[in-house]
Design a protein. Structure first.
Length: 397
């Protein structure tokens, strides 16, 4: 059994704050500053450029990738770290389209994160080969998979509502139609049990600054199913994806397996922070995390619906159809969230009217949930959100 009292003590959260935004940026694990200081002082400072060999910097993307692999149900040597999630989406989609040259449709849904759609739009425009990005409602994805589809590009958990797609079912449907399946796990990894191997995913990508607590801008990951690893063509043929980077050949030759999905120089400090953050997951069962998330989420929904009649549940009511965040709608959602943050309960807002709350059992308990719901009810009851200072829009919502 996972000891959530122990894991709570592993995070640095300001006194008096209830943090319900770990689905957007995870809080700081307490061991990260010391790891960063040691890497900066002893490795960068003490070893200088020899740290690439002596401190194992060059192997960090694979070594940390294996730690992430355990959390997403991927086999060893099938995940590599680096770059941003947008770049990893680009890599996965470009590789999938090259593997299905006779097909012209990329299928996604209107609940997908816009960045994934932007990447797809840009890639298809650049290819200029008659491809089409087909968007359907989330509930209509299964019925839209046909023999024109080259790949489905799906985010498993909807960033706004928390609605969860059935990875195994949609992947099986894609394969039956001869298509490939690309899954974005940005709101899944570290939030719920993920099984990319059992679910048959061809590619999976994700960020690590949300539930994995890697810090702002932490490196992304990409998983390639082992049966594809030596066949995929990395459209972003970067230096470190080369078979022999330090041979300095003038012609690109892809590395073996997942190594070919590397692009640029590893961000050593960011990977060190993420590596330290992943220590939090030692001894943690994703099944326990999910069960506790459901318990806390159900309690939060019940409390909010009992005391906040102005709010409408935007997330699926059935726990099996949700990720690990809960969303409500309110026409003044932005101002309500700003008032809530000012009261020490941090959630976030997503346009046009979504109040979003991350339920992260590693550091949240029943008392936090009860206090957060009570604070939200008080703000709605006294309309403190209507103060002018809460109406002012910030750059990041």
């Amino acid at each position: 059994m996972t000891d959530f009292d122990r894991t709570r003590g592993l995070f640095q959260i300001p006194d008096g704050v209830i943090y319900l935004d770990g689905n957007s940026l995870g809080p700081l694990p307490r061991n990260v500053p010391d790891r960063l200081a040691a890497v900066a002082r002893d490795e960068w400072g003490g070893m200088l450029i020899t740290g690439w060999n002596r401190a194992g910097w060059m192997e960090l993307p694979r070594r940390v990738g294996d730690r992430v692999a355990r959390l997403i149900g991927a086999p060893p040597d099938s995940v590599v770290m680096g770059d941003t999630l947008s770049i990893k989406v680009h890599q996965a989609l470009a590789a999938a389209l090259a593997m299905r040259p006779g097909r012209k449709v990329v299928l996604s849904d209107t609940g997908n994160f816009p960045s994934d759609l932007y990447i797809a739009q840009g890639l298809l425009q650049m290819l200029d080969a008659g491809h089409d990005l087909r968007l359907v409602a989330p509930d209509d994805v299964a019925g839209a998979i046909d023999d024109s589809v080259a790949a489905i590009l799906i985010t498993e958990v909807d960033y706004r509502t928390g609605r969860r797609h059935d990875m195994a079912d949609l992947t099986a449907r894609a394969h039956a139609a001869g298509a490939l399946a690309i899954w974005d796990l940005a709101h899944s990894a570290g939030a719920l049990p993920v099984d990319v191997a059992g679910g048959g995913a061809d590619f999976a990508v994700g960020c690590t600054y949300k539930y994995l607590n890697g810090g702002p801008g932490a490196p992304a990951f990409i998983h390639v199913a082992p049966q594809h690893a030596d066949q995929v063509h990395p459209a972003l043929s970067g230096w470190l994806g080369h078979r022999q980077p330090f041979a300095f050949d003038l012609t690109y030759a892809p590395g073996e397996g997942i190594e070919r999905m590397r692009v640029g120089t590893p961000p050593v400090l960011a990977l060190a922070a993420l590596d330290a953050a992943l220590d939090v997951w030692d001894g943690v069962s994703m099944g326990d995390v999910h069960a506790r998330s459901i318990e806390l989420s159900q309690a939060f929904i019940a409390a909010v619906e009992a005391d906040c009649p102005e709010l409408t549940l935007a997330s699926p009511r059935e726990p099996a159809r949700r990720g690990s965040h809960v969303s409500f709608r309110h026409p003044q959602g932005y101002a309500v969230i700003q008032a809530l943050i000012a009261a020490g309960v941090i959630g976030d807002f997503r346009a046009p009217d979504i109040l979003r709350f991350g339920i992260t059992p590693l550091y949240l308990g029943t008392d936090d949930i009860a206090r957060a719901a009570a604070t939200l009810a008080g703000i709605l009851r006294d309309r403190s959100w209507s103060a002018p200072r809460f109406q002012q829009r910030h750059a990041v919502t």
